[in-house]
Ligand binder design. Structure first.
Ligand code: C5P
Length: 319
């Protein structure tokens, strides 16, 4: 038996521009991702049992937070990390006919909130892809699939998964999975106000379509301002350029989030924004000390838990 660990970092969208709805149920995005230092620990425990059937390579999947079982994270094939391991095994099986694979147990120690707009499920899947690649390459004594192939497998799992593999700062176009690296100077400090109830990503996109059918809500597809702010390394400038087209939709589904945004700004944050599809509110601060002050001010806000973090952070880190 062997045990493999990876840190799966979360993200914030500094800019999230939502364009047209596509035939495949997705929307065209122009988004700027930045990795954050809040991370899940993903462990793959490799058993001494071998199977040739891809559907049997994952034996179990378990998610815990602070030692407690997580009720809102599926522990079967619906979990993206489970499907990630299967997709890596399938890619090796295609190249090495008749190969047998050691069975794995997946364990996730979660710090990224579930359904929080911080891509926790996608991050875990990215970590599972990297670990499974190492495990199966070593077992079969062949070269790893590598980042190029893993990025392809990641895109099949979900639109955010490719970024969660790479991390740092990237422009995402298409479904958000066509990536280009962006320069970012310095580091940025955030208070993340986590809600005790999740928000469904498809519902938020659907709500935006509904709102756009009724009122003028332009798509913001220009990232010039945010890119220049990132080059300056100035958090005040970045604060002025944060934007999320999904924010009106998230606030329409969850009006209570407006209270968190207002409280964050009153507490002195430079700017507040819904993170991804929400419900997490990301509050940008001037530096670490300021983030501590702002999070201190927000303690006690009903239904909200605050953590402070910083970015950019890498994607998956093995070890
Ligand atoms: O790819 P993923 O499973 O993370 O996407 C979840 C849902 O979010 C999609 O089914 C779709 O409803 C919505 N989405 C979208 N356009 C994107 C990304 C996600 O409409 N570019």
């Amino acid at each position: 038996m062997s045990i493999w660990h990876a840190a799966a970092h979360s993200k914030v969208n500094l800019h999230l521009g939502v364009g047209d709805a596509r035939e495949d149920g997705y929307h065209e995005l122009v988004t700027v991702f930045q990795g954050l230092n809040i991370a899940d620990d993903v462990t793959l425990r490799v058993q001494d049992t071998y199977v040739a059937e891809i559907a049997e390579v994952v034996h179990s999947c378990r998610a815990e937070a602070a030692g407690q079982r997580m009720l809102d994270v599926p522990e079967d094939r619906r979990n993206l990390a489970w499907r990630a391991v299967e997709s890596v095994a399938a890619a090796y099986a295609k190249k090495h006919a008749g190969a047998a694979f050691p069975v794995v147990d997946i364990h996730m120690n979660k710090r990224i909130p579930a359904a929080g707009g911080m891509a926790g499920g996608s991050a875990d899947a990215a970590a599972a892809l990297v670990l499974a690649d190492r495990i199966y390459a070593q077992h079969l004594q062949v070269a790893e699939l590598g980042m190029g192939k893993l990025t392809e497998l990641a895109a099949d799992l979900g639109a955010d998964v490719p970024f969660m593999l790479h991390g740092n700062t990237m422009l995402g176009t298409g479904r958000g999975d066509e990536l280009t690296s962006l320069m970012s100077r310095g580091s940025y400090h955030w208070v993340m106000a986590l809600s005790n109830k999740g928000l469904s990503t498809p519902e938020v996109f659907h709500k935006l379509d509904e709102l756009r059918a009724k009122e003028e809500l332009h798509a913001h597809l220009d990232i010039t301002e945010v890119s220049q702010a990132l080059l300056s390394g100035d958090p005040y400038r970045l604060a002025g350029s944060l934007h999320n087209d999904l924010q009106p939709a998230a606030l329409s589904l969850r009006p209570d989030l407006r209270t968190t945004l207002v409280a964050g700004e009153r507490a002195g944050a430079l700017a507040g924004i819904v993170s991804g599809s929400g419900p997490t509110i990301a509050l940008l601060c001037a530096d670490e000390e300021h983030a501590l002050e702002v999070s201190g001010e927000l303690v006690g806000l009903r239904g909200v838990r605050v953590v402070h973090t910083s970015g950019p952070a890498p994607g998956v880190e093995v070890g």
